[in-house]
Ligand binder design. Sequence first.
Ligand code: ATP
Ligand code: MG
Length: 263
Amino acid sequence: MENEEIQIPTNHPRAESLRIRETLIRYWKDHHIVADSGLIAHGRGEAFDYLIGETTIPPAQEATTAAAAHLLLARKPVISVNGNAAALASKELVKLSHLSGAALEVNLFYRTRERIEAIGNLLYEAGASKVLGLGDDNSHAIIPELNSGRRITDRSGIFSTDVVLVPLEDGDRTEALRKLGKIVLTIDLNPLSRTAQTASVTIVDNLVRAIPNLVSEVNRLKSEDKQEEKCRKIVDRYDNGRILADALNFIQRRLSVLSERAL
Ligand code: ATP
Ligand code: MG
């Protein structure tokens, strides 16, 4: 099986979803970038992607605009990168970092030296100019109240940032980062997760669609006149509770239509 390419018929109804699975498996098996539990977490996300119709829904688009505005307003934004995010979107994450001025920091729940280095190398290969979170103990700062590897952060990165984008986060850390007063932007297909519920901005979408969308929103906002004023207005009007309600209502309506069709 090693390195064997699985042929996915292009007309398969779940071709894109299967292609993403194969990518994750390759980064798990060959590159040791994705953790075992990363594969399972992806399955949880896939189930919700099925429910939203594997497309970017309007509340996700709105949240993406707010996230882009936060990144542009931030004093010192950081993008936290884990194994799944690196495997699925390394090039787009680097693009987002360059465009928004956000630093990239490797931060892992299942932290091993091998995975940290592999993810750092992947980001450098994708064009990153600097990656935080790879360093020795001198650059570490501990986030209180956390037990997983994610408590170890870079002193000049997540630890001191005002705005952090945490794609595919776990609930404990989102809560801890919020308690530290940070603005937390997340991408999570499950609008019911603790991450989704406690973040400042939740993009209910697949990471593979959400990061390129964020890149285009940052680009769009950067080209506007009175950029800062416009971004401020966007974040002031934004209400994450309503976005989550809209996402749940979208799923509810879609299921009603589908269940009527099945009768
Ligand atoms: P929480 O800890 O926030 O309560 P959880 O315990 O239900 O969440 P975890 O396994 O900790 O879930 O985290 C995985 C999360 O990532 C899930 O909510 C899942 O929906 C989401 N997810 C997985 N893959 C993707 C993806 N490709 N794009 C967006 N979200 C994803
Ligand atoms: Mg969790």
